[in-house]
Design a protein around this ligand. Structure first.
Ligand code: ADP
Length: 484
């Protein structure tokens, strides 16, 4: 079989719009189904019409039989009887739209047989007192339906007569053609309604796809606020909702990036301004005394320290963002790490009048990771707990092994976090108390870095607070082995 035409048809179908393809499939299938149905129904109707027509002929011939018998075998045969008979036959012919012939069989007084009926099965049947409808050609060679019935002899010996009735087949063919036409008309109407319905269905399926395409194009042109309105509940609606979610994410991400860029430049500019003011004063202000100069140099030093730690944090954050940060796999004992961190911060805590308690098991708790990353996480959380806890407060650090990982809980009795700020603490550059942010050292990047690192290792970090002055609980869970 030559496959090329088929492949060409498939390729052409592929280039058509979904709407056209749906329509072709739908209407094509319906057409085949309806045509098959029409053929079956049509032939049945034709058969029934023929049977009906033949039955009508039989009824008519019996009617004629009754009428003619009355004339033939009434009062006795006279000249007037023949005229009456002819008139009656003519009336029937006109009324029934048929040809009627009366055949007298071997009658000496009555009408003589006209024509030959050797080739006429209906006549043979009639003589034997039966009745049948036969299709055959008439005297002019045209197809016709014939039937005949015996009239009896009316009690006269040898007065047997047969009436023969015929109608051209054309009459029946016309009737059947009319039925076929009616059927085809109904088929055409149903098909037209179906095509209209198919068009409507195809349109209602395709329209949301066009809306979706337009929305995607507008999004790609930078219209981030674009959403698919009323996406609906069907499968295309699900795609619409997924698009809307994607648009929300993209918009959020871009807004975050913009805010991040502007925050970064702002946060970098602040220490730079201080550095420039101080260095200009040191260079050009001859009236500066020695103590102030020394103080300015310390300030410059502090700002430079702030700048470099901020840049370090930003670099690490961008590495985690891009997925380029290398996760370490060294075995680290978390208990030892906590003991050492506590030791390092004991002095600063004591200076602020804060007690620092560590509750950890004796046994080692091994976790896999980079020592640098783990130090950033726990140092940030511990320094926050100390930094935001006023004199006389307590910081309690609990470490325990759990099924599937380790949990670190750092609880302080410090200033706590208001509920409206709690949702933002992991955002970059977020600081709850902006007004006092100069007094409390920090950049607002610590917690976002903690979250990026913990997430990368497949863990989780949460900050809870019952509200201002009710302390904070920072919980970190790290899976062993790390999922990241
Ligand atoms: P910062 O450098 O300001 O400490 P972080 O990202 O570490 O930045 O923390 C973000 C903000 O979350 C802080 O500015 C502070 O307002 C709040 N915060 C974090 N930890 C605590 C805590 N233990 N107690 C109270 N507030 C806290």
């Amino acid at each position: 079989m030559n496959r090329r035409p088929l492949a060409q048809v498939a390729a052409r179908l592929h280039r058509m719009s979904i709407r056209t393809r749906l329509l072709i499939a739908y209407v094509g299938l319906l057409l085949i189904g309806f045509l098959a149905l029409t053929l079956v129904a049509g032939s049945q109707i034709a058969l029934a019409a023929r049977a009906d027509y033949e039955q009508r002929l039989l009824n008519e011939v019996r009617l004629v039989q009754q009428g003619l018998r009355a004339v033939l075998y009434g009062e006795g045969w006279t000249e007037e009887s023949e005229a009456a008979l002819a008139a009656q036959i003519a009336e029937y012919e006109a009324h029934l739209n048929a040809s009627i012939v009366l055949h007298a069989l071997n009658d000496r007084e009555g009408p003589q047989p006209r024509g030959s009926f050797r080739e006429a099965p209906e006549m043979e049947t009639a003589i034997r007192d039966g009745v049948v409808v036969v299709q055959r050609d008439d005297d002019q060679g045209r197809p016709a339906l014939f039937t005949a019935v015996a009239l009896g002899d009316g009690g006269r010996e040898g007065g047997q007569a047969v009436v023969q009735l015929s109608v051209p087949l054309e009459n029946l063919t016309l009737l059947i053609t009319q039925r076929w036409l009616l059927l085809l008309l109904v088929l055409a109407v149903i098909l037209a309604v179906t095509v209209a319905a198919a068009l409507w269905v195809a349109r209602s399926i395709i329209r949301p796809l066009y809306t979706l395409r337009d929305s995607a194009l507008r999004l790609s042109e930078g219209d981030l606020a674009i959403r698919v309105a009323n996406p609906g509940d069907d499968e295309i609606g699900a795609v619409g909702r997924a698009f809307n979610e994607m648009a929300v994410q993209v918009q959020g991400m871009l807004e975050e990036q913009r805010a991040f860029a502007s925050n970064t430049s702002h946060e970098l500019r602040t220490p730079l301004t201080t550095i420039r003011l101080r260095s200009e004063a040191l260079r050009y202000d001859d009236s500066l005394d020695e103590a102030t100069s020394a103080q300015y140099i310390v300030e410059i030093d502090e700002e430079v320290g702030r700048l470099s730690s901020m840049i370090e944090d930003l670099t690490l954050l961008s590495r985690f963002d891009a997925g380029r940060a290398e996760l370490g796999h060294s075995e680290i004992d978390l208990v030892r790490l906590a003991v050492s961190l506590r030791q390092q911060h004991l002095a600063s805590a004591a200076e602020r009048g804060v007690t620092l308690t560590l509750i950890a098991p004796e046994a080692i708790i091994p976790i896999r990771g980079s020592l640098n990353h783990l130090l950033i996480v726990f140092r940030n959380l511990l320094e926050n707990a100390i930094k935001y806890t006023p004199k006389g407060g307590q910081v309690t650090w609990t470490i325990r092994q759990e099924a599937g990982g380790v949990r670190s809980i750092l609880q302080d009795t410090g200033q706590g976090i208001a509920p409206e700020n709690l949702a933002h603490v992991f955002e970059r550059f977020f600081r709850a108390d902006r007004a006092r942010s100069r007094d409390v050292p920090g950049t607002g990047l610590g917690l976002s870095l903690v979250k990026s690192i913990v997430d990368a290792y497949g863990g989780s970090v949460t900050l809870e607070s019952a509200g201002p002055n009710r302390g904070v609980t920072a919980t970190v869970f790290l899976p062993v082995p790390p999922a990241g």
